[in-house]
Design a binder for this molecule. Structure first.
Ligand code: CA
Length: 445
């Protein structure tokens, strides 16, 4: 576990004034990493308020040295953050400390930094965000008891919660090639499904849904046959981002025998900024307690450190905006409000379980938490749950209703870590707008 240090000092303020604004996602205590395109060039950087520290420009200006320069050089030497993420945690930590000093109001270099501001600190509005790293493998977990149990009930299963759920964090291997950064369109996929009359059809998928998740990005991986133990699992996490696991439930429910396939592999969205494990240190809380009567955690998924601080105090939200709402000037409607504490398993347990058979994780691998649904109505984190599998349509401002996403609907996920005594930090947003399926394929009915 990372101990608190001066980069977490709640009194620290930045000379970049937008970082000090109440409610800013990117105050000086956050400093998340991302990748972007600036004037046609691929760059990597660190968010501060409404600006970005361009790490190549920072290295060129010779404003950092030692381990921080090693980290800065690794991050700015390619178009993604993988080389930085693969380093021992002390290197990105040194860069975080150096940036926290340089961006602080108290920096002795303020005059020089202001002179170089245009060069080193482009505005977010002037750049285009890209995927922060190359994601080699994507694993999606299923760790909310409430999400799992509700879906079991919707499917009419005699035992809505699978027997394995309380013994291990259930997961499947997802598709990495179609993970895209927030902000683009999400094309409605074609696929096979059963229509209302029970006929099997191939065409644009109805019952399109979102799933609100948090994802861990792996820093240093593990060697094959060398499992990561729960107590050291977080040493392998570089940071976290938001994940929208778009799901064509109509395809999924027809095809799913071995696990999700085309119902999910058409597109997954992630937020552009990776909030580091170190930035989240002030928000670590005890792992959620297990109910009396639940099986005891097996030793390889247990550790005192994880029980004490395996949770993170993060609230997450989902907003929906329809084409009609936007044209009427109606703001997006918040449809989900949930907390990471609704997960039954911690990220450390997911990593320990993932590697317990000898499987090796690699730098840049993405591990989704699964839909973060809670028990309450407002904490249901996908439309299928929000509408009780279509029985209770979602009521929207202006009189529209939804049981599934329609073309033109836009989903925005957002999250904040908050805890008494700490400056709240955000994850930015993960946004995507559904657009109509491509024209009919040959042979489509
Ligand atoms: Ca999912």
């Amino acid at each position: 576990m990372i101990s608190l240090n001066q980069t977490h000092d709640p009194e620290r303020r930045s000379w970049i004034e937008s970082a000090n604004a109440p409610g800013s996602h990117f105050p000086i205590q956050n400093l998340p990493f991302g990748a972007f395109t600036r004037d046609g060039e691929a760059r990597t950087g660190v968010a501060i308020g409404e600006q970005i520290v361009d790490l190549r420009a920072l290295a060129d200006a010779q404003l950092v040295d030692g381990d921080a320069l090693t980290a800065c050089t690794a991050a700015s030497g390619s178009s993604t953050l993988n080389d930085l993420m693969a380093l021992e945690p002390r290197y990105p930590s040194a860069l975080r400390h150096a940036l926290s000093g340089l961006l602080s109001r108290d920096t002795p270099l303020l005059g020089r930094l202001r002179e170089l501001e245009e060069l080193i600190l482009p505005r977010m509005a002037d750049v285009e965000m890209r995927l922060a790293c190359d994601i080699g493998d994507y694993t999606d977990f299923l760790t909310s008891l409430h999400h799992t149990e509700r879906h079991g009930r919707f499917k009419g299963l005699a035992e809505p919660l699978p027997a394995a759920f309380k013994w291990l964090p259930i997961a499947y291997h997802g598709r990495a090639s179609s993970i895209r950064v927030s902000g683009g369109n999400v094309r409605r996929p074609h696929g096979q499904y059963r229509d209302a009359e029970g006929q099997v059809r191939f065409g644009p998928a109805p019952a399109l849904d979102f799933e609100l998740e948090l994802a861990a990005l792996i820093g240093r991986g593990n060697d094959p046959e060398q499992p990561i133990d729960t107590g050291h699992a977080l040493d392998h996490v570089f940071g976290y981002c938001l994940l929208n696991d778009w799901s064509a439930k109509s395809i999924q429910w027809f095809e799913q025998v071995l696990g999700p396939f085309l119902g999910k592999s058409f597109h997954s969205s992630v937020s552009p900024w990776i909030v580091t494990e170190e930035a989240l240190a002030p928000f670590r809380i005890a792992a959620p307690a297990r109910a009396a009567g639940d099986p005891a955690v097996l030793p390889h998924l247990d550790s005192a450190a994880d029980r004490r601080a395996g949770g993170i105090d993060i609230e997450l939200e989902a907003y929906l905006s329809t084409a009609r709402m936007r044209s009427a000037g109606t703001p997006p409607e918040r449809i989900t409000q949930t907390h990471l504490g609704n997960l039954y398993w911690t990220f450390a347990q997911m990593i320990a379980h993932h590697t317990s058979n000898g499987c090796n994780l690699r730098t840049g691998d993405l591990l989704g938490s699964g839909t973060i649904s809670g028990e309450s109505a407002v904490s249901r984190a996908c439309l299928t749950e929000l509408t009780n599998a279509g029985k209770d349509p979602l009521q929207l401002p202006g009189g529209e209703t939804r049981i599934a996403l329609e073309d033109g609907d836009e989903i925005t996920l957002t999250a904040r870590a908050s805890h008494p005594g700490a400056v709240s930090i955000g994850f930015g947003e993960c946004r995507g707008r559904i657009v109509a399926a491509h024209a009919l394929h040959a042979g489509e009915q």
